[in-house]
Design a protein. Sequence first.
Length: 397
Amino acid sequence: MKAVILAAGKGTRMRGLSNNAPKPLLPIANRPIVSLILERIRSMQIEEVAMVIGYKGEMIKEHVGDGSRYGTQVQYIWQEEQLGTGHAALLCEEFIGDDSFVLIFGDILARGDNYPAMAEMARQKDVDGVLTVFPVEDPSGGAAVEVENGRVKQIIEKPEPGSVQNAYNNAGIFVWPAEIIEELHHVELSPRGEYEFTDAILAWMDKGKHVAALELRGYWDNITDPEAAIRMNQNVLADLLPPDEQGIDEGAEVGDGAELAGSQVAAGARIGNGTRLEDSVVGRDAVIGANVTAHAAEIAPGARVGAGCKLGAHVSIAEGAVVEPGCAIGPNTSIGRNVRVGERATVTSTILLDDVQVGAGASVIHVMADYGVRIDEDDNISGSPDQAVELLNEQAE
């Protein structure tokens, strides 16, 4: 089995946050989306991966390289024109050859255990493909999938509200035999001027092929916008914490009265007096000041957290970041590399990309801030779960 990742699009619904980097490189829990996808592919025992790239594709190639750090072999296929998912998959015909393949959109993530389950289902003798589905209250916003006895019966793109009785959307992760590629040769342009992979699936089913529906467990999201990115940030961190391996390296320095429960502390880390950590990870040479409290947080190597800070659940602080004393960070917050958060600032349900500067006393809630953005002292910037605030470089200048 091989894998194909479709990662050529610009990501316009990110509202400018993909102007400086392609969406597959935007971080979730301080890990690029594409890195999380490759880790999940490897969990399916897949080594050969083709990545279809276009917009800022050289940046993706530079980051992923040959894929060896993920235990994979990655080759790149350029989609010069954005002619749809069917066109992108057809570009991989030579790579696929006679092998079955996983097809994944480059902005979709689900809980990790779903991926091996999908591969296992695909190996069943009577299955001619696997289409993942996710339960939703109203499937009219995407591709509604009708399922009967575990089998896909119909796919309806953006149906009228209330017209579909069950509540499944196409989750955008598939396993197909190589033979479905032949159907792509006969797909015609859709009304929106693209070659749709869904049309090939429908033609495949019209031939009586058994496409199994796998209902995803746990979380799933299409990371199309800042709101989805912030939601997925919490889901991924909840997967990672508490750490599987716990303990304090003998090379770590732990201050008087510090309490470390269910946590992992690396060599060279320094923990201040009276600090309390629970279900957290502290990287090599990280420095945590006195009287800090943290629950389900990860502090990367070399990061610094000042005295008296409070880190809520599901917080990630990346390499080189500095959080000055008295800050409240989290829940559900990622602080990127070399970010500096000024003293007494509050950052909640937010993703700060690399090199952001947050002034002292600022309050930042439900925000996704672009690389290098500057937030002034005592600024109050607040969005909501349904409408996050995006801060772009040009807005900060």
